[in-house]
Design a protein around this ligand. Structure first.
Ligand SMILES: NC(=O)c1ccc[n+]([C@@H]2O[C@H](COP(=O)([O-])OP(=O)(O)OC[C@H]3O[C@@H](n4cnc5c(N)ncnc54)[C@H](O)[C@@H]3O)[C@@H](O)[C@H]2O)c1
Length: 351
């Protein structure tokens, strides 16, 4: 035992999951199983939606991108994620999206977990999409068109296989190198992959269309003529004011499903519509209080922006998995004086 005056006490220590340990943990369980598990945690939390304190995320915008804080809490735990979105980061070797997060005890306010969330965000975003797909995608869907083949792409594909049974993918990205990368990774994972030269080609014959591009503008990744009746659209990349992916006409033909309307109205595809345009909250669908897919002709749209409860569920899952395991390192994060009121006395120990 370290007896030095600076040695941390038990209450000072917070379990920390590094990127390396997250990679090891996810590979040990298997990414598809992790996303099945995450979907189950997310579904459980969506079904108890009224239990949570909710607020649209707190966003700090700049010309280059956005930095966001995403907090939520139930009676027992508080969670938040720090996340950025910088579409041109790739040019300098940085990720578009990075994240980390904290789960705390409401009773003491002490953190229970600090974890990397860059990998975890990709996993939880894909798990949420596929969970929503379970309620909204046409039955028996096998083919997914994927426009935008960057960091999130493979996670989405694996989650849709694990949860919805997708086995064929049609990939398109304006950067052919991104499509090459995704095709290589996904072929190795056993998918039937078609590399496409346009968005139009990518959506041909697809029952599910995933848009997962990054660009800080009102983009038109899908035009109205590209969307036939009966498809499910999983729109991931339009998630900030002034950053959308779908032509407005698609929205008016679709039944739109959202996470938390006060946030989605600011950030989602529906920022293009009137403030009172009807949308359905997914938690109500999951509780059986609202209808999901009604018929085979309906176009369903998940206007995904990513909501704090999904991160809370992911934090809860990781906390459950790593507790007392080798995947959690103990960090000396919280000052813990012998006498709680003698914080200054503790400081002088290092003098
Ligand atoms: N909804 C959510 O919960 C959620 C979560 C995480 C990320 N996101 C968003 O998802 C998007 C993708 O994230 P990422 O980490 O994969 O980014 P990324 O930068 O790694 O990949 C984006 C890809 O989109 C491609 N692209 C850009 N414009 C295009 C266009 N017009 N047509 C076709 N392809 C185009 C780029 O070439 C790139 O390969 C981002 O906008 C991000 O903000 C949403």
């Amino acid at each position: 035992m370290d007896m030095s005056p600076l040695a941390p006490s038990k209450l000072a220590l917070v379990p920390f999951v590094s990127v390396a340990n997250m990679m090891r943990l996810v590979n040990e369980i298997g990414p598809e199983q992790v996303m099945r598990d995450l979907a189950a945690y997310i579904e459980e939390d969506f079904r108890r939606w009224p239990d949570f304190d909710k607020t649209p995320r707190v966003a700090s915008h700049s010309a280059e991108g956005v930095i966001e804080l995403m907090p939520t809490a139930d009676a027992e735990n508080y969670g938040f994620k720090y996340v950025n979105g910088h579409p041109t980061n790739g040019r300098t070797g940085h990720q578009t999206v990075t994240a980390f997060g904290v789960l705390s005890s409401v009773a003491t306010g002490y953190p229970l977990l600090l974890t990397e969330m860059t990998l975890l965000t990709a996993l939880r975003t894909a798990a949420t999409s596929a969970l929503v797909g379970k309620y909204l995608a046409p039955k028996g869907a096998k083919v997914m068109g994927m426009i935008g083949n960057g960091a999130q792409c493979e996670f989405q594909a694996l989650a849709f296989r694990a949860i919805c049974g997708i086995d064929a993918l049609r990939l398109y990205d304006i950067d052919p190198a991104a499509t090459e990368k995704a095709a290589r990774n996904l072929t190795a994972q056993g998918f039937t992959v078609t590399k496409c030269r346009s968005g139009e080609e990518a959506v041909e014959g697809a029952q599910i269309i995933t848009t997962c591009t990054a660009d800080k503008q009102y983009a038109t990744i899908l035009t109205d003529n590209m969307v036939g009746s009966g498809v499910h659209i999983n729109a991931i990349g339009g998630d900030c004011p002034g950053k959308t992916e779908l032509h407005r006409d698609i929205l008016t033909r679709s039944d739109i499903f959202v996470e938390y309307p006060p946030q989605t109205r600011i950030e989602g595809e529906i920022q293009q519509l009137d403030e009172d345009h009807p949308v359905t909250e997914l938690w109500r669908v999951m509780r059986g209080e609202a209808e999901g897919r009604r018929d085979a002709k309906q176009i369903t749209l998940f206007d995904s922006v990513g909501f704090a409860i999904e991160d809370f569920s992911a934090l809860r899952y990781i906390h459950d998995r790593v507790r007392g395991s080798e995947y959690a390192e103990m960090l000396d994060l919280l000052a813990d004086p012998d006498d709680p009121r003698d914080l200054f006395g503790m400081l002088t120990r290092a003098g």
